[in-house]
Design a protein around this ligand. Structure first.
Ligand code: F6P
Ligand code: MG
Length: 457
């Protein structure tokens, strides 16, 4: 059940694994400790203070395990549903392994689970999210792009009566392709890489608009966008005929601006009649810094409707954001949008193991017309995070997620922020970039939009 290529590991000095395990993760943990201390300093009740001090002590212990490259121990049983999955995987594959010689993907995920454990075994702070402040703050500093999208998409997508069917379809196609790129590039503002971004840096990463999108399409190095449109058209036709309407799933990545872009995209999928239901899959606890939790989901929708995040915005801008937010909340009430969070998403398993380790989730996804995986980490998990040649076809790279009976159609929308790259037309494209542009695999400047047709049951 494994691909033939080696998985990246922390000791691979040539890879981003090395910098991440040795340097980035301790920095991220250090910031998490600072955040918790800030919360601690705001507390007054003694029992809560004492409880939180213990959380900080556990984070300090984690810091020395990480920096001292200790062996991976089982996760303490805090009664949460993912414990059997974690401890089975550790016992089966990673006994005696340490942070640097375990596969990078597993060791990195393990660090976030250990961070969660610092709080999950406490009395008062079980759900504390050390990254919450940061996630909210970055969204509130994204005003230009937020209002550019809200003012443009606040009016529901409709067709003028005089348009022919062909013209309507063409309009839908163009809108779909544009929004696919909005959704894709929304992934470049990921906080784990961009700690302490300036407002200008955020702006340049988030610039949307037609011209910009045309220019950025050339940076999509594995590009199945036209196949994706054909698929979408097919879903609309076949599901429309049966009267049921399509179901599209998003396996979410980051909170704040990326989630907002995902929602703009999902809104279009509903309004254009492509989908009658969109299901969003988030994380159960703070994960890879900026990933969406239920709290982030609720925060976004409520801030749009009731928040005071943008003091410099015009009344028209604020009204567009409120209207969008109200529409999205209404979708949720009507069951057109559903937010869910399966325990499997916060484990160290790659998606090569999804059908065996979370068969209920696999079955659930197999009922979807299209599952869109957002972002870099989801891409690493789909592809086993291994050193596959860049020309490896996407459906080969994702193994059972393409071939196991019932495998759904899968799309990966990912800006490239780590070593694994697949789905390119040739290895030469990657080789050339290796020569010409140091760091091209971690800058988020390049992307892939890849599709697998799956194996519908
Ligand atoms: O720490 C590395 C990493 O896992 C990379 O995959 C990526 O740079 C980042 O963290 C997460 O990116 P994303 O939010 O797009 O999954
Ligand atoms: Mg993320």
């Amino acid at each position: 059940n494994n691909p033939p290529w080696p998985a990246y590991r922390g000791y691979h000095e040539y890879s981003f694994a090395y910098a991440t395990m040795g340097h980035r993760l301790p920095t991220i943990l250090g910031k998490a400790i600072e955040d918790t201390i800030r919360t601690l300093n705001d507390q007054s009740a003694e029992d809560k203070v004492v409880d939180l001090v213990k959380c900080v002590e556990r984070m300090d212990d984690l810091m020395s395990d990480l920096s001292g490259n200790q062996k991976l121990r089982p996760i303490i049983d805090d009664g949460e549903g993912d414990i059997p999955l974690w401890n089975k995987e550790i016992a089966k594959y990673f006994q005696g392994k340490d942070f640097m010689n375990a596969p990078w993907l597993f060791a990195e995920a393990y660090k976030y689970r250990r961070l969660h454990e610092c709080f999950s075994i406490s009395q008062y702070w079980k759900d504390y999210d050390v990254f919450f402040r940061q996630k909210c703050d970055t969204f509130s500093r994204s005003s230009d792009a937020v209002f550019e999208l809200s003012t443009r998409f606040v009016e529901p997508f409709t067709h003028a009566n005089h348009l022919s069917d062909g013209d309507k379809l063409e309009k839908e196609r163009l809108m779909f392709l544009e929004l696919t790129q909005v959704c894709l590039w929304g992934n470049s503002t990921d906080l784990s890489l961009l700690i302490n971004m300036t407002e200008d840096q955020i702006k340049s990463l988030q610039s949307t608009g037609g011209e910009h999108l045309a220019a950025t399409e050339k940076n999509i190095l594995g590009n199945h966008m036209s196949r994706l449109w054909e698929t979408i058209k097919d879903i609309k036709e076949t599901r429309g005929r049966s009267g049921a309407g399509g179901r599209i799933d998003f396996v979410l990545d980051n909170a704040g601006f990326e989630l907002y872009c995902d929602c703009v995209y999902a809104d279009f999928l509903i309004q254009s009649g492509i989908a009658s239901q969109v299901r969003f899959h988030g994380k159960r606890f703070a994960w890879f810094v900026s990933d969406v939790t239920r709290k982030d989901w609720e925060w976004l929708l409520n801030s749009m409707v009731y928040g005071q995040l943008f003091p410099k915005a015009t009344d028209a801008e604020l009204e567009s954001l409120r209207r969008l937010g109200r529409r999205w909340k209404q979708y949720e009430k009507e069951g057109k949008w559903v937010y869910e969070q399966h325990a499997f998403w916060c484990t160290g398993y790659t998606y090569w193991d999804l059908h065996t380790e979370a068969p209920d989730l696999f079955l659930h996804l197999s009922q979807s017309d299209l599952v869109i995986f957002k972002g870099d980490l989801n891409h690493r998990k789909l592809t086993y995070d291994c050193a596959a040649p860049a020309s490896t076809p996407f459906d080969v790279a994702i193994g059972p997620m393409a071939t196991f009976p019932g495998a759904p159609r899968v799309a990966s929308l990912r800006t490239i922020k780590s070593d694994v790259v697949v789905g390119f037309e040739s290895d030469a494209i990657a080789e050339q970039l290796d020569q010409d542009e140091a760091g091209w695999k971690i800058s988020g400047k390049y992307a892939v939009v890849l599709l697998s047709d799956g194996r519908p049951g």
